[in-house]
Design a protein around this ligand. Structure first.
Ligand code: CMC
Length: 432
């Protein structure tokens, strides 16, 4: 590590402590406060982790000021243009781009795990037909741990690897079935002659009564969306997966916890919220009112798909999706007035002092819904699509954490401001 340190002094006691400082390969250094409590009887206070690095990681790097996103060092723009989702999965899991042989072997393993245990199908019938597909995802993915006992030893590297491959391989099947269940259509089995994205599209939109032909424009758009969503360092759902995993929980339980966290509208649920917002705005004439509402501190309304904890510049993923949007809509011959509303909304918001001073830019969710809608994905499946893409990121972080020797259980502390000790009062003597 390094000899650099920071000195912390306390104004009341005059006590000083030296804290080690570690440099990353790029990005901000960190001050190691692990011994602070032992040495000073103080905790640090950082709700929302505004200044706290919760772990060391080699997977993904974001420079929020410059709008840079790197997976294992490779810029997202290059991966989105030249790579495939499965290749990105390999890169995130194993740290390097695969050779041809390595990729063939990986692809074969993923393909061999696309089916789910037949008993798992019964779970779907337990849900209401109008259940949100994210609710089904949380339940069914968690339930995988009841079916794959042969890969649950988290201390065994082979078990970890097979669980990782199973999760990546089965997620399209599980996701598509959550849609089929709501539609009242029969579930299809995976077709291993197809690629990852093509197989998912057939599982979603195919029916047993006829052949399904994959539209290459749709497949390419989805491939790109999956790549853009594959990882985003220590976001809320990934941190949840790590926290759950730090207790020794099995990977299926951990990923299910991540899916639950992703569902929230401040996180992955924003893509669904954006489309609902654009539909409510309806036409360019109503944009002004929407912006005024989002700027009003007394109104809880926020411009969905805008702002980010880390990016204080244009989200590089949003830039790529915005460009793809035009291509996909043109190629599919879709004329969606929502794209016009979104473009004008962005243009107007970015000229507002409120948005400029707070560095609020469109994020990944602002344009992704327009593409998903154009390719026929229903709105309540949008966050499921995000989960499908992000599965590999969650697993890569879980693997990285488990591989690290002596990872402690994640156990934050608190600033307690509740009552001080007091004696129990029997109900007859309580004043009411
Ligand atoms: N519309 C209007 N004002 C906003 C918005 C917005 N979308 N986002 C932030 N602000 C304001 C906020 O009110 C605050 O103003 P003030 O300083 O006057 O109190 C200031 O900007 C800073 O906001 P913050 O809430 O402290 O920022 P944060 O880093 O805690 O929150 C965020 C980040 C993404 C939760 C937030 O920007 C937001 O709620 N955006 C809308 C939901 C959204 O699009 N989420 C997707 C995030 S990207 C994909 C993902 O992570 O899954």
């Amino acid at each position: 590590m390094s000899n650099e340190h920071a000195t912390l002094s306390f104004s009341d006691s005059g006590k000083q402590v030296e804290l080690p400082v570690y440099k990353g390969s790029i990005g901000p250094s960190v001050v190691d406060i692990r011994k602070l409590y032992k040495d000073t009887d103080h905790f640090t206070f950082d709700p929302g982790f505004l200044s706290t690095a919760s772990c060391e990681s080699k997977i993904t790097y974001i420079d929020g000021e410059k709008g840079v996103l790197l997976y294992r060092g490779y810029p997202i723009e290059q991966l989105a243009q030249h790579s495939s989702h499965l290749e990105v999965c390999y890169l995130l899991l194993y740290g390097e781009l695969p050779t041809k042989d390595e990729f063939d072997q990986f692809q074969r393993s993923i393909t061999m795990h696309t089916m789910v245990h037949e008993g798992l199908k019964n779970f779907y019938n337990g849900f209401r037909r109008d259940a949100h597909p994210m609710a089904i995802m949380v339940g069914v993915v968690g339930a995988l741990s009841a079916f794959y006992h042969d890969s649950l030893d988290i201390h065994n590297p082979e078990h970890r690897e097979v669980s990782a491959h199973r999760l990546i391989a089965k997620m399209p099947t599980i996701a598509a079935w959550s849609y089929k269940f709501a539609q009242g259509q029969p579930f299809l089995y995976p077709d291993n002659r197809l690629g990852y994205v093509e197989n998912f599209l057939r599982l979603m939109f195919g029916v047993p009564a006829q052949d399904y032909e994959v539209n290459p424009v749709v497949a390419k758009a989805l491939e790109r969306l999956f790549i853009l969503h594959a990882d985003h360092e220590q976001n809320a759902s990934t941190s949840t997966v790590r926290l759950a995993g730090s207790s020794g929980a099995n990977p299926f339980a951990c990923i299910s916890a991540g899916i639950g966290t992703l569902w929230g509208p401040a996180h992955g649920g924003a893509n669904e919220a954006v489309l609902k917002m654009l539909a409510e705005i309806g036409s360019v004439g109503n944009i002004e009112n929407c912006i005024r509402r989002s700027e009003n501190p007394d109104d809880p309304f926020r411009l969905m798909g805008f702002g980010h904890r880390v990016y204080k510049n244009y989200d590089p993923r949003a830039k790529i999706i915005r460009e793809s949007c035009h291509d996909v809509l043109n190629a599919l011959g879709v004329d969606d007035p929502m794209l016009e509303v979104a473009l004008r909304l962005e243009e107007k918001a970015l000229k507002e002092d409120y948005f400029i001073s707070r560095k609020l830019y469109p994020n990944v969710d602002f344009y992704s819904g327009i593409i998903l809608k154009a390719i026929g994905i229903p709105i309540n499946m949008f966050t499921v699509m995000f989960a499908l893409g992000r599965t590999v990121g969650w697993i890569a972080h879980w693997m990285e954490m488990i591989k690290e020797p002596n990872t402690p259980i994640g156990r934050p502390r608190q600033l307690y401001t509740g009552p001080t000790p007091r004696d129990y009062v029997p109900v007859a003597r309580r004043k009411g």
